[in-house]
Design a protein around this ligand. Sequence first.
Ligand SMILES: Cc1cc2nc3c(=O)[nH]c(=O)nc-3n(C[C@H](O)[C@H](O)[C@H](O)COP(=O)(O)OP(=O)(O)OC[C@H]3O[C@@H](n4cnc5c(N)ncnc54)[C@H](O)[C@@H]3O)c2cc1C
Length: 464
Amino acid sequence: MKDISTKLLVIGGGPGGYVAAIRAGQLGIPTVLVEGERLGGTCLTIGCIPSKALIHAAHEFERAQHQAGGSPLGIRVQSPSLDIAQTVRWKEGIVHRLSGGVGALLRKAGVQVVKGWAHIEDGKTVRVEPADGEAVRVRCEHLLLATGSAPVELPMLPFGGPVVSSTGALSPETLPRRLVVVGAGYIGLELGMAYRKLGADVAVVEAAQRILPGYDEELTQPVLDALERSGVVLHLGCSVQGYDAQHGVRVRSARADEFALPADRVLVAVGRKPCTTGFGMESLQLDMAGRFVAVDAQCRTSMRNVWAIGDLTGDPMLAHRAMAQGEVVAEVIAGKARRFEPMAIPAVCFTDPEVVVVGRTPGEARAAGLDCIDAAFPFAANGRAMTLEATKGFVRVVARRDNHLIVGWQAVGQGVAELSAAFTLSIEMGARLEDVAGTIHAHPTLGEAVQEAALRALGHAIHI
Ligand SMILES: Cc1cc2nc3c(=O)[nH]c(=O)nc-3n(C[C@H](O)[C@H](O)[C@H](O)COP(=O)(O)OP(=O)(O)OC[C@H]3O[C@@H](n4cnc5c(N)ncnc54)[C@H](O)[C@@H]3O)c2cc1C
């Protein structure tokens, strides 16, 4: 067995692990990164990027169909068709470029990448078993766990054949005629909506009484309206009992009625679980916070010089949180004074319309005992939204009543994901309503709704 010694060993090449390794390399820390699959992790290879690629392809296909049906813009096209194999090849091309790009960035930073599955022997020693070739033992001063998360499987609906996780749904060989999505969280709805646009009949089964249970109802209403308009059938307050090819998905409603939803494919998207077992992590006996590894504000675990970041360490399980933590750990190991204590972590749901939440909603502000004002500006009153045929939705701001400090932003609408940067920046910078209201926003843009929401909270919106 080959032996390597390094200062920092990172297990997992997802957005948490690869960012930590690149930053550590930049800071001159000898670093080894171990990855069992592809560089880029869930996010680049089977998560954020491929899902947004599929959503975009589905959107373009729907638009072409819309135009073939007589567009009000005067555009006329022949009836479009879809080559799903080519769509998947195009998506894979993006994934391949990005994963290769991560490899190049790691090389540039001087990070040594070891391909294979890591097995922890103790807090300073890891054995790596490559798929082919000699095993490697890596000894390190600092061990960073960034092993990410995996889809939750339902015992009555195990993955296999027509029952797929988000990973399978992102690389379809064919399109299903009838898709049942189990789970109306952001992954289930993003993919369910995309499949509907690609032409499948889609039904969604959700145990809670509402879609996107993590978001407030005012925000999710435009998404609910769009789902209904598009013909996605929702079964809320329902639980799945099982699946067989003949009857489809067996479902039980809150009133205990049972019925079957015919399906030739089932997407189970009921959440993700941290990868904490199967690679010897248990032997370290780290303190846990429920099912996650417990970390402090510098991402230290309960064991000296063992660190953890990303999905492994809890909610929100989002790529940009993992990246930010990765950077913090590299800098702390390099001796810099850093802490992971963001004022707000943006969350975006790439449904159509998109939903963005940054900081506190009015309900969360109330629950935290804050006396806040909130105001919304509708895209129906925004010129740019009209030119984009995107007048559904609004931007909402939440600010303290006493000093107008902004504590939250929410938006729902087409393209609002891009507003998340302005929202997060204003909260991190400690902006007040007057700061945003007094900033010149380019015309005509959707961003004008941000300024108008702040003006409206101050009682003097101009365009409504
Ligand atoms: C369909 C889908 C869509 C998503 N969309 C978004 C989005 O739009 N925005 C967003 O912010 N987040 C999104 N996410 C979540 C995002 O992908 C994760 O939050 C993010 O990837 C977590 O990063 P990570 O570095 O913690 O772990 P991961 O990205 O999961 O990376 C962990 C890596 O560690 C490797 N690994 C694990 N164990 C070992 C071992 N023992 N040895 C070697 N290697 C190992 C794995 O192979 C993997 O590559 C989405 C997820 C899914 C599934």
